[in-house]
Write a protein that binds this ligand. Structure first.
Ligand SMILES: Cc1cc2nc3c(=O)[nH]c(=O)nc-3n(C[C@H](O)[C@H](O)[C@H](O)COP(=O)(O)OP(=O)(O)OC[C@H]3O[C@@H](n4cnc5c(N)ncnc54)[C@H](O)[C@@H]3O)c2cc1C
Length: 420
């Protein structure tokens, strides 16, 4: 089979599949329902802050090898920036304490033995509890595998897992938490360097991919929403885009790289995750103080992570469902109050409020990474031999992340290429 591959959805799963297949000489057509590519990982011009911002701050780690491979393929690896070694600054709003975690590069965790590098107030033996997550079986929650209390938990494990799994840490699937620790902390600092798209998600992860695909003759059709798949006995026969039907020739294939609730509406009897968690971001147009770290972990506040970009401070709150219906002005004021304490900037401007701001609430940011929802994730293949699934919600063994989305896209592309 070596016909055209139709990819439905121009998020990172769809784009990474497209990049991989064009590298193997396949003809690719990407169909995206909306007017923009990137899905949940995108930039847009925001009139309230008067600048181009990201829908949400996205953090990658240097151990995200599929994401870095994708960026290399599209010539954009240099657009991710991060410190030369793995260091994370933290501030505790309750106690005023500040510290920086400094991992050493190699797999032997010397940093755990050094009180100046490890989490203040912890002992070497505390870190052994993390090993229990490494071998946690499927079906168990984090709270069933480790004690969710104590200084190490509060100052490192909880912030790490809430950010990576986008769920209250005790409820998270232990196997997903284990995968994160196996691919980051267990590898050592060289896998833990924080990387951010300083100039924006669009110019780093999305636009170079679109340009790359265009140069290689792939077609990307925006505002081209798939309405239905028409099935024959063992294969998808026709793509139905409403006004237009695309019949599939014998060697043609389809990668469905849409969110789970859309996939379930297009494919009968497909089991998918059905619960979601929100992520809330607040963006403020203001110049960060010169000493502000690019990323600051925050404890005991509404703010969880504070990102400093040129001309902008930006806050992430994961597992943010409790804030989804909070009045916007109040939320902006609360968050700015904490940002002002963290940065030393004035608590109120002459206008009496925060600087120009925007709150972006992604209600279904990721599937809920509970053991029960994790068990509902399907693999890439389907009963129809020319239909393959991709997306951060498919069973990648990782939580819903850029790395997971890109691995799923690579896997879908390889599945199709290997059928040829
Ligand atoms: C606010 C926020 C913060 C995040 N922070 C991080 C982070 O710090 N680090 C990290 O690694 N990950 C983070 N993530 C997760 C990351 O963004 C996602 O895992 C990833 O973008 C998912 O990509 P995807 O391609 O699987 O899905 P999506 O991005 O959802 O792409 C699906 C695409 O399919 C399109 N589509 C839907 N229906 C149709 C149809 N019928 N026909 C055609 N097209 C259709 C959609 O419009 C969309 O473009 C964050 C997510 C959010 C929302």
């Amino acid at each position: 089979m070596s016909g055209a591959v139709h990819i439905i959805g121009a998020g990172l799963a769809g784009l990474s599949a497209a990049v991989r297949l064009t590298a193997r000489g396949r003809h690719v057509v990407v169909h995206e329902a909306t007017a923009f590519a990137g899905g949940r990982c995108r930039s847009y011009y925001d009139a309230s802050v008067g600048m181009t911002i990201d829908n949400g701050n996205h953090l990658l780690l240097s151990g995200n090898h599929a994401a870095l491979g994708y960026l290399r393929s599209i010539g954009a690896e240099h657009r991710l920036i991060g410190p030369p070694s793995a260091a994370f600054s933290f501030a505790d709003l309750a106690s005023g304490a500040r510290w920086t975690l400094r991992f050493n590069d190699g797999p032997i965790p010397f940093w755990v033995f050094d009180p100046a590098r490890r989490v203040p107030g912890t002992r070497v033996l505390d870190y052994l509890s993390l090993a229990r997550l490494l071998w946690a079986p499927a079906g168990r929650s984090v709270g069933e595998v480790i004690a969710c209390k104590g200084t190490l938990y509060e100052r490192l494990v909880e912030p790490l897992l809430v950010a990576a799994l986008n769920i209250e840490a005790p409820d998270g699937a232990a196997r997903l938490a284990g995968a994160i620790i196996r691919e980051t902390l267990a590898v050592g600092g060289r896998a833990c360097r924080p990387l951010i798209a300083r100039e924006g998600l669009g110019t780093t992860l999305i636009e170079p991919a679109l340009a790359h695909l265009q140069q290689r003759g792939a077609a990307v059709r925006m505002e081209h929403q798939l309405r239905a798949l028409r099935f024959a006995a063992e294969r998808v026969e026709t793509l139905d885009f409403g006004g237009e039907s695309v019949p599939l020739a014998a060697g043609d294939a389809v990668i469905l790289a849409v969110p789970p609730y859309i996939a379930a509406s297009l494919v009968r009897d497909l089991q998918v995750p059905t619960e979601f968690r929100a992520i809330v971001n607040a963006h403020f147009r203001t110049e960060p103080p010169p000493a502000q770290p690019p990323i600051l972990g925050v404890l005991n506040g509404t703010v969880q992570w504070l990102f400093a970009f040129p001309g902008r401070l930006s806050v992430t709150v994961s597992a943010g469902d409790r804030l989804i219906d909070a009045p916007r002005e109040e939320l902006a004021k609360t968050i700015w109050g904490e940002v002002a304490r963290l940065t030393g900037l004035p608590a109120a401007l002459p206008s009496g409020g925060p600087p120009p701001w925007q709150i972006v609430r992604e209600r279904r940011a990721t599937f809920a990474a509970t053991p029960a929802q994790d068990a509902k994730r399907p693999g890439a293949t389907t009963p129809w031999r020319n239909l393959v699934l991709a997306g951060d919600w498919t069973d990648t063994g990782l939580p819903a992340t850029i790395e997971g989305a890109i691995r799923s896209g690579n896997r879908a592309a390889d599945t199709i290429a290997n059928q040829s």
